[in-house]
Design a protein around this ligand. Structure first.
Ligand code: CTP
Length: 454
């Protein structure tokens, strides 16, 4: 009996549309049987496709409903196509013409056919029609604002429209360099032109900008630390709730795929009961920078502690009982150049170390009764970690991708929360209460509670 011709194709199939249907039909017509690979969420995240709206099962069901697929598989990793083609003994690999040339490397294993793509429709377009493109304005024009623009290119459904700042020549230059459609030094004009703002200005300006933006019905993504005291934070979150706007603190690690998986693994029981967490973040800076300026709320804790505190709150919870700080201060500048701090819980302990004037290893260790998880520096850009045990035969390594600078993850989360307000309430990656607890610790340090100078 003649072997049946087996065709395979792959796609995300988000917001299933006519282009998808026609592609599947054409692919099916090339042979006798069709296998369809649907991308998993993590695979899409890893290749920078961050705004897929339908969940995996929904996308699978939509492909199934066409009746064109004889088999549906999940595409989970880079390089899987070759393995699938060999495993299923595939004759033809078919894909839309937008991929022309990209899959020629598969020719070694089967025939590769690029099929005409249906004109005038795509998931990207449907996503933006459904939710509209969010017009975002940036407050600030420093290094982080620069990086944010570069990262925003990887997130669909958002366009950076303009920039606000106090220095006219600097905002003008910034807008020109990044081809933004406007720049202004007038905050009301700025707010009128956007749906949402990203605050990347110095710490002490966050509160006013956030409050004014929310009052004007804008969504706010604010760099960490959102504010430096709990009363301000509570007030801002209440205002966001009242206005039904999204207010999100930009601790990028919290939204990154590797860190989310690390937390899941740590809490799975694999290393037993967690008794201790150590997290370090140091960054040497030059003497005259804003980070060391007390008048601008500089210092190691205000600048850097959000990251280790995120690890503490996410792994050990929000119910710490006590905290202690041990700091090395610059006597002239009056800022902490290094601080080691402990949070004590009823059953466990956290130690954080941050430094702008002292260097240390930036790793994270989660210690449990059966083993520990080691995350090497820079743990806050979580890409790799290892679960280690007394018997090293059981050690296991985990790898994830942390794309670019990571700001794309916080922006993607922000956009997705704006587009689906139900998610805002269920947002688990960085809850309002998580942010509040982190700010509580930073405020305690500023108020000199339990701070011992070394
Ligand atoms: N496809 C097509 N015609 C379209 C859109 C997609 O033939 N108008 C094809 C793609 O070339 C691919 C398959 O459908 O072979 C699945 O593509 P997918 O990436 O899921 O769809 P897009 O609409 O292109 O999604 P996005 O805009 O997110 O890239």
């Amino acid at each position: 009996m003649k072997k049946q011709t087996l065709v395979i194709t792959y796609g995300t199939f988000d917001l299933f549309h006519d282009g998808h249907y026609k592609l599947l039909k054409r692919a099916r017509d090339l042979g006798d049987q069709l296998i369809v690979g649907v991308t998993s969420e993590i695979f899409d995240q890893n290749r920078g496709k961050l705004n897929v709206q339908d969940e995996l099962m929904q996308r699978v069901n939509n492909v199934k409903k066409t009746g064109l697929a004889d088999k549906i598989i999940i595409e989970e990793y880079e390089g899987q196509k070759i393995n699938d083609i060999i495993k299923y003994n595939v004759d033809i690999f078919a894909i839309g013409s937008d991929w022309k040339g990209k899959f020629d490397y598969l020719k070694e294993h089967c025939e590769v056919i690029y099929l005409d793509r249906t004109k005038g429709i795509s998931s990207t377009e449907l996503r933006s029609k459904k939710s509209g493109i969010i017009k975002l304005g940036i407050i600030g024009y420093g290094r982080i604002a620069e990086r944010f623009i570069a990262e925003s290119k990887f997130v669909s459904g958002v366009n950076i429209e303009g920039v606000f700042g106090l220095n006219l020549s600097r905002v003008k230059l910034f807008a020109e360099n990044h081809e933004l459609s406007f720049h202004t030094t007038n905050f009301s004009t700025f707010l009128e032109k956007v749906d949402a703002v990203y605050i990347a200005s110095p710490h002490l300006t966050h509160y006013e900008y956030t409050k004014k933006a929310l009052a004007a019905d804008k969504h706010v993504l604010c760099e960490k630390p959102l504010v430096l005291n709990v009363d301000n934070a509570t007030e801002l979150y209440s205002l966001a709730l009242l206005k039904d706007r999204v207010l999100l603190e930009g601790i990028k690690t919290a939204y990154s795929p590797g860190f989310l998986r690390l937390i899941g693994l740590a809490k799975s029981g694999l290393i037993g009961t967690i008794k201790n967490v150590d997290a370090t973040f140091t960054k040497l800076v030059n003497q005259n920078c804003r980070e060391l300026n007390a008048k601008e709320a500089g210092g190691s804790i205000t600048e850097l502690a959000s990251y280790p505190l995120l690890a503490a709150i996410k792994i050990l919870g929000r119910d710490f009982e006590n905290f202690y700080f041990y700091s090395y201060f610059d006597s002239e500048k009056k800022v902490d150049l290094f601080t080691k701090f402990n949070l004590t819980y009823s059953n466990s302990i956290f130690t954080g170390k941050v430094g702008l004037g002292v260097k240390s290893e930036g790793d994270l260790i989660i210690s449990g009764t059966k083993g520990y998880i080691y995350v090497p520096s820079p743990w806050w850009k979580t890409e790799f970690f290892e679960a280690r045990f007394e018997n090293p035969e059981y050690n296991k390594k985990y790898f994830y991708k942390f794309e670019g600078d990571g700001l794309r993850y916080e922006l993607a989360e922000f956009i997705s929360l704006i587009n689906d307000r139900k998610k805002t309430r269920a947002n688990y990656k960085l809850k309002v209460d998580d942010t509040i607890q982190i700010i509580k610790i930073i405020q305690a340090f500023i108020d000199k509670e339990n701070v011992k100078e070394i």
